[in-house]
Design a protein around this ligand. Structure first.
Ligand SMILES: [Ca+2]
Length: 298
């Protein structure tokens, strides 16, 4: 996976995170309130049924994006990473908090839009949303139903970072990638762990290749089931990759026993997906139907 080749992704995350965390450090209170919502969202459980209710899991947090068209992401659940310094991966976009780049479509979806426009000395804009300081959880099932964008250079992702990243620099904080698609290879999803001894261009990675068509043709559910000493990756109902503590290369460490926060974004260019070219059609939209988090039923 020459992929996420360089090791600086976390460095950038770290910077973004630090900048971001300043504003909102109210995690506890917030997520407390939210569990209640999530609970009554047992309705959410019902909805999950249509996508295959996860047996043995209990909903702890979700966003179904039932909002008016054009409204920004729920600020009690999502914050923004803002900026355009390449994010450690030579990415080309500038991430904004404008509704031009992330907003509800009024039909139950949150849409992240990658646009071609000159903005802050960059040629593309997009958005990167994260639950840092608002919701974190250790272990559980984390899933999103997403219609991913496509095209050379387009790099959508749904992933997680250790909530201690501000004090425990990447990759020591850990990174769990649930959906990562290089737009030039839209049949393939990448699921990865980045930690000490296996990060940047050398993560623990598995891939899922859709048998026909492209993943980017339609919605799919991208999920991990993360438990003590094991992470399992799914696209829809297909379990395609499992990694355990014992898979960590010698000298490395398993760093997945503490809370993580969720991120979703669409990057342009950079080391994973390569550059756009004249075939790339913009704007591109990452359409998210829901993000749901569960814990094991006890
Ligand atoms: Ca929805």
């Amino acid at each position: 996976m020459g992929g996420k080749t360089n090791n600086n992704r976390g460095g950038a995350d770290n910077r973004g995170g630090a900048a971001n965390s300043g504003g909102k450090s109210n995690g506890g209170a917030d997520s407390g309130g939210k569990s209640a919502t999530g609970g009554s969202g047992g309705a959410g459980g019902g909805a999950a049924g249509s996508a295959g209710a996860p047996v043995g899991w209990k909903l702890t947090w979700s966003d179904e994006f039932e909002q008016d068209r054009g409204t920004p992401p729920d600020s009690t659940k999502w914050g923004y990473d803002i900026g355009g310094d390449g994010w450690g991966n030579n990415e080309l976009q500038y991430y904004t908090n404008r509704t031009d780049n992330s907003a509800a479509d009024g039909e139950g979806h949150l849409v992240i839009t990658l646009k071609s426009e000159t903005y802050m000395n960059r040629s593309y804009t997009s958005a990167r949303l994260l639950t840092k300081g608002k919701f974190t959880q250790a272990y559980g099932r984390f899933e999103a139903r997403v219609h991913a964008p496509t095209g050379k250079g387009v790099w959508p992702a749904f992933w997680m970072l250790g909530a201690d990243i501000s004090t425990n620099a990447w990759p020591n904080c850990g990174e769990i990638d649930i959906m990562e698609i290089a737009g030039k290879e839209p049949k393939v999803n990448h699921g990865s762990l980045h930690g000490p001894g296996y990060s940047g261009g050398n993560p623990l990675t598995g891939t899922y290749r859709i048998p026909s068509g492209a993943l980017t043709d339609d919605f799919h559910v991208y999920a991990v089931e993360w438990e003590e000493n094991v992470v399992r990756w799914y696209v829809d109902t297909n379990l395609y990759h499992t990694k355990r503590n014992s898979d960590v290369p010698s000298g490395g460490r398993w760093v997945y026993d503490h809370p993580f926060f969720i991120i979703m974004n669409v990057a342009m260019g950079g080391n994973f997906g390569g550059p756009p070219d004249e075939s790339t059609q913009l704007p591109q939209r990452m359409v998210v139907d829901y993000v749901r988090v569960y814990e094991r039923e006890r």
